[in-house]
Design a protein. Structure first.
Length: 134
């Protein structure tokens, strides 16, 4: 009996492994999405968790989903570390860039609102000091 490797047999095993990985990724993404929808309905019905906490949770879960999508469907899970860092570091800098400009724009908006023409001017209370007591 001779054991031979055929291309067809190898492709069949590779196809099964790939299909299992895709289904695993599908179920993980589905579970994360169900958690997001459940949290949204919980917030609508009870007001818990607070909107700020809920948004932070949504951003975190979205990053988890993005990781699984990029890792599996863009095939970065099996790439070398340097290629992953080449993509990840600019992405993190871009996210920081967006957050910084949103914060700066919000402060500029608030400053313009305070300095708008016709806005009542708020006088600071005068500070009284006692002189002659040394």
């Amino acid at each position: 009996m001779e054991h031979t490797h055929t291309v067809e047999g190898h492709e069949h095993q590779e196809h099964e492994g790939s299909t299992k990985t895709i289904w695993k990724t599908f179920w993980i993404l589905l579970c994360v999405t169900v958690v997001e929808v459940a949290l949204a309905f919980l917030h609508l019905e009870t007001g818990f968790p607070s909107r700020l906490v809920l948004n932070a949770i949504f951003v975190g879960l979205t990053v988890v989903k993005a990781f699984f999508i990029v890792a599996e469907f863009m095939h970065l899970r099996h790439e070398i570390k340097n290629l992953i860092l080449t993509i990840l570091i600019p992405l993190m800098l871009f996210v920081w860039f967006i957050i910084a400009f949103l914060a700066d724009g919000d402060s500029w908006k608030n400053m313009r609102k305070d300095l708008a023409p016709g806005a009542p001017r708020q006088e600071l209370p005068a500070v009284h000091t006692e002189e002659g007591h040394h």
